[in-house]
Write a protein that binds this ligand. Structure first.
Ligand code: DOR
Ligand code: ZN
Length: 430
């Protein structure tokens, strides 16, 4: 069926588009973009005056929890949350049970997503079997079944030699290697950023160096092997500086940052010990967050991701040391970026689209999406002016462990199309 999306402000930095236009969708692709387009016979016309229309957002770091942790979340529930947040696709992390380390599990995730999902799911596959850092996973098998990237997310690969073997072997598949950087010997049982706040709260520290050592090492091993490296959820100023230098050297290195590392700090962990602020890597200092925001502006940060990590209430209600790491965020990341970066003039909507749509697709090697004839009709529409309170109407996610719960924000997805099919209409998941 044809859809005529009328009167939205279209932003597509790849095409230099930044103005009001109509978009005609036929089947799964865009048929025409222009001014005052006529609706073909039988087309549904959707009035989008006052809204923004952009290439569909992709969150390239999401924990869907299925298979194995359905008490936390499911592919159905978290892709609903993704649609609500304006996402047309997500890259799922492999720390499932069984671990996504072979083609069968990749196939399982993809087939459930196809049946029950509300957005595209691009599975990543583990680099090592069982995320144990000991034996290379079945990389070719996973790629054959649709894996788009390799990562042991949830853990860093502890041995530099193991990382080298994974990259030397796996680079023939042309996929990116994504690193969760954490030296387990140095970090140990660290709970929050090591510094004055961890001392004040009496919690074991998780030092910045525990992340930076592996960022430095992974860049060195990428140089050695020629593999594509993507640093996940970067959280420290010095780590970001290493990525900046690697890029200047011409290495194929990219990185991502989360809204929580951009906009929250370890000072959030007060005497209430709210476990929603327990994340991995931990919330860092105000100086680190400012350095990350500067990296968003100058292009060192390539992608905004959420590391959406749903957990059950009873898990997050435990003592701080016993609660699992992670917060949800996929329903509010667009709003947080609009509110904290676009509205204050730190970045424009074009740069936002690069960070949340264009670059994630490029890093994962996905088909590009542009607002032009012939492109896949993966489209996000948002109201840039609506003000709302995160969590006030509950969450689509099965989990509620959002670190931004109760925060007032501006901007919200209203309509989402995935391959020309409506997944969000007037703010309601379809
Ligand atoms: O906070 C986090 N939660 N960081 C990770 O790396 C893993 C994730 C999870 O799986 O809960
Ligand atoms: Zn991680």
């Amino acid at each position: 069926m044809a859809l005529l999306l009328k009167g939205a402000h279209v932003v597509d930095p790849a095409l230099g588009l930044d103005g009001v236009a109509d978009v005609l969708v036929e089947g799964e692709r865009i048929a025409q973009v222009g001014e005052s387009l006529e609706a073909p016979e039988g087309a549904e016309v959707i009035d989008l005056a006052g809204k923004y229309l952009v290439p569909g957002l992709v969150d390239m770091h999401v924990h869907l929890r299925e298979p194995g942790f359905e008490h936390k979340a499911t592919i159905a529930s978290e892709t609903r949350a993704a649609a609500k947040g304006g996402m047309t696709g997500v890259c799922s992390m492999p720390n499932t049970n069984p671990v996504t380390d072979n083609g069968t599990v990749v196939e399982y995730v993809r087939s459930v997503a196809e049946r029950e999902g509300h957005c595209r799911v691009f599975p990543s596959g583990a680099m090592t079997k069982g995320l144990k850092g000991e034996i290379i996973s079945e990389m070719g098998d996973m790629v054959a079944h649709g894996a788009v990237a390799f990562t042991d997310d949830g853990r860093g690969i502890q041995g530099a030699g193991m990382l080298r073997r994974c990259m030397d072997y796996g680079k023939m598949f042309g996929k990116v290697f994504m690193s969760h950087c954490q030296d387990e010997d140095l970090v140990g049982e660290g709970q929050i950023n090591e510094g004055p706040v961890s001392t004040k709260r009496g919690l074991l520290g998780w030092p910045a160096e525990g992340e930076e050592i592996q960022i430095a090492r992974d860049i060195a091993v990428a140089r050695l092997t020629g593999a594509k490296l993507h640093i996940q959820h970067i959280s420290t100023a010095r780590g970001l500086e290493m990525v900046r230098e690697a890029k200047a050297e011409g290495l194929p290195v990219t990185c991502e940052a989360t809204p929580h590392h951009l906009f929250l700090t370890d000072e959030c962990i007060d005497e209430t010990f709210n476990t929603n602020f327990k994340v991995n890597p931990p919330l860092r200092t105000a100086e680190d967050a400012a350095a990350l925001r500067a990296g968003v502006t100058d292009g060192t940060v390539d992608a905004i991701v959420t590391d959406h990590a749903p957990h059950a209430d009873w898990e997050k209600s435990r003592e701080f040391e016993l609660a699992p790491f992670g917060m949800t965020g996929i329903e509010c990341s667009l709003a947080l970026i609009i509110t904290n970066l676009v509205k204050p003039g730190v970045i424009d909507y074009g740069r936002m689209v690069d960070l949340m749509s264009v670059n994630p697709r490029r890093i994962l090697g996905l088909e590009p999406v542009r607002i032009e004839a012939g492109s896949l009709a993966d489209i996000t529409v948002f109201d840039p002016e609506v003000t709302w309170t995160i969590g006030a109407d509950g969450y689509e996610s099965k989990a509620r462990n959002c670190g931004f719960d109760g925060v007032s924000v501006t901007g919200r997805a209203t309509d989402v199309f995935v391959g020309g099919r409506v997944t969000l209409r007037n703010g309601q998941v379809c």
